[in-house]
Design a protein around this ligand. Sequence first.
Ligand code: DX5
Ligand code: ZN
Length: 254
Amino acid sequence: MHLCSYVVNLRKGNPILRCVRLVLFILHGKIIYMAIVAPSLLAADFLRLERECKMLDDSEADWFHLDVMDGRFVPNISYGPMIIEFIRKTTRKPCDVHLMILEPEKFAEEFKKAGADHVTVHIEACPNLHRNIQQIKSLGMQVGVAINPHTPVTSLIDVLQDIDIVCLMSVNPGYGAQKFIPHSLSKISELRKLIDNWNLPVLIEVDGGVTLENAKDIVAAGADVLVAGNTVFKSKDPRATISQLRAIQTAKSL
Ligand code: DX5
Ligand code: ZN
């Protein structure tokens, strides 16, 4: 069997896998990037939340993307730590909590208790962003910073070395089922260059309007994580849709 059929993702941290990838790179001169898939439960059927979570847990999804909205930072209200605590009971997969709230520092501990693995705050909501980052890290969680479509990538320059995830919003936050903003592709490429030039282990998460049609371009632009709400939960076969998203890969020769 040709080694290249073994799809690996060079950016994930496991040292053994990295060696395998290195061997594959030496043999084939190419690195195969495969996206991490994080379905957003905002689009799930909340009347059947346990069943929806079980479906995700059994599927090839890598993370559970959990959107928390406070009706102040964004014009919508979703759910909080209490619901996340229930979702946490259904899976061991990472709970990737996306906070679209003002004053996230007031709730970081509660999200930790609820079982969050990653907590992402919006740069537009945090006048003391560096302090928010330190707080989340001190609670033992992975930390992410989200930027809205109007916020330049360069606004992250002084915190990139302190964080694990950049959540690049490809829609204006607050609702699912919105259309992907095409300009997001050049923002992803710009961020990819910045992260690679500094050789930082930061993942680029793209959130909003991700579909089976545009996912390949998003991964080719440099995204690591694909958040998908309606594309997954409103599809005829969500599990198959997740596998299709996960199979999207791009090969780059260095
Ligand atoms: C929007 C949220 C997204 C949203 C994605 O503010 O942050 O995570 O749920 O949903 P789709 O994939 O349907 O755009
Ligand atoms: Zn989100």
